[in-house]
Design a binder for this molecule. Structure first.
Ligand code: ACO
Length: 311
């Protein structure tokens, strides 16, 4: 039932050829990529908010400089991704409008608050750790511009993860009060980090087709498992306890057994009912409105230039 074009397209994907912007592609492939890359871009942009919140309160000048650089990197990631999405025939402004009107999603994780400095460590360690776990395989995704954006992003993301782990190490080896803060941050960020990989495979509506098209390389559950297995020894090294009584090494599987996150909470958060959804969207709408004069000025300037050239 596949058309010749579709067959040829799938063959190219199966041979690991990259699909480029001007190549023929199925409409749904294009739409799925716009959805995923767009959501990914929005996540990078909204993801600046929980950490930006701590730039003015970083404990030392060095920590402040590092955090500032990291948050700027996230803006850059958002821009590479919007550019990758634009090669599919949408504009960044259109995608922004989809975000601001609530029609497009961004990652669930950024709807949780960062209450204190230990949370900045936990975000870097766990949230960026989960992000890399998901993004490293996406370097091999079938769509050329997305794959190339991922290569640059992953390099920076691994620095982000290490800076988070470094904060956690300082806290975990600090005073008793600091150690308690680190443990508390781990307790609050653990399950939301597991949710970043998306619903369990049986509830993942897009996975089958996205895997066939190599838009996704691994399933949500595969990546979640890999993240748990990677993070357990890191938590042990810090002397912190992952808040899961069922967490244990399963010799037979060669992997850890662990508790699933609360999926009701996950679906509530992605429907807009998480702890910070309203605040995050208000911040993005305000940023868009506050930037109107800059966009107007740039457009007026561009019009003057064109008029001068054609006069
Ligand atoms: N947060 C918000 N929405 C989510 C999440 C999440 N963590 N996980 C899944 N969803 C949504 C999906 O977008 C989909 O909704 P939609 O049809 O309205 O778009 C629905 O839940 C069902 O999920 P899936 O069928 O599993 O969706 P998908 O195949 O897109 O897989 C995944 C989700 C794994 C997040 C995938 O889109 C992906 O790999 N994206 C790229 C990575 C990314 O976006 N990272 C952002 C966070 S990391 C960072 O920015 C630092």
């Amino acid at each position: 039932e596949m058309s010749d074009e579709e067959r040829n397209f799938q063959d190219r994907v199966d041979r690991d050829e990259k699909i480029e912007p001007k190549d023929w592609m199925p409409d749904d492939y294009r739409a799925t990529l716009i959805r995923q890359i767009g959501q990914h871009a929005h996540s990078e942009i909204v993801g600046q908010l929980p950490e930006g919140n701590w730039i003015t309160r970083a404990p030392t000048l060095e920590r402040k400089a590092i955090l500032l650089a990291k948050v700027q990197d996230e803006a850059g990631h958002g821009l590479y991704l919007y550019c990758a999405a634009e090669t599919l025939g949408v504009t960044r402004d259109e995608l922004t409008q989809e975000l601001l009107s609530g029609r497009m999603k961004y990652s669930s994780i950024f709807n949780y608050p960062t209450l204190n400095w230990a949370d900045i460590g936990a975000v870097g360690w766990l949230v960026d750790g989960a992000a890399i776990m998901n993004q490293v395989p996406l370097q091999r995704t079938s769509y050329g511009p997305y794959s190339r954006a991922m290569i640059r992003i992953c390099k920076e993301e691994s620095f982000h993860q290490r800076q988070g782990y470094d904060i956690m190490m300082k806290m975990a080896q600090g005073t008793e009060a600091q150690r308690r803060m680190a443990q508390d941050a781990l307790n609050r960020f653990w399950y939301p980090s597991l949710m970043m990989f998306g619903p369990s495979d049986k509830d993942s509506v897009h996975s089958t087709q996205s895997l066939a098209w190599k838009i996704k390389i691994d399933t949500n559950d595969e990546l979640r498992q890999r993240f748990v297995d990677q993070t357990v020894p890191q938590a042990n090294y810090l002397g912190l306890t992952i808040p899961d009584e069922n967490l244990k090494w399963n010799e037979e599987r060669g992997a850890h057994d662990f508790s699933e996150p609360d999926w009701t909470e996950f679906f509530n958060v992605i429907k807009g009912k998480g702890p910070c959804n309203v605040e995050r969207m208000e911040a993005r709408v305000k940023a868009w409105e506050d930037g109107a004069w800059v966009r107007d000025g740039l457009m007026a300037h561009a019009r003057k230039k064109t008029a001068a050239r054609t006069a």
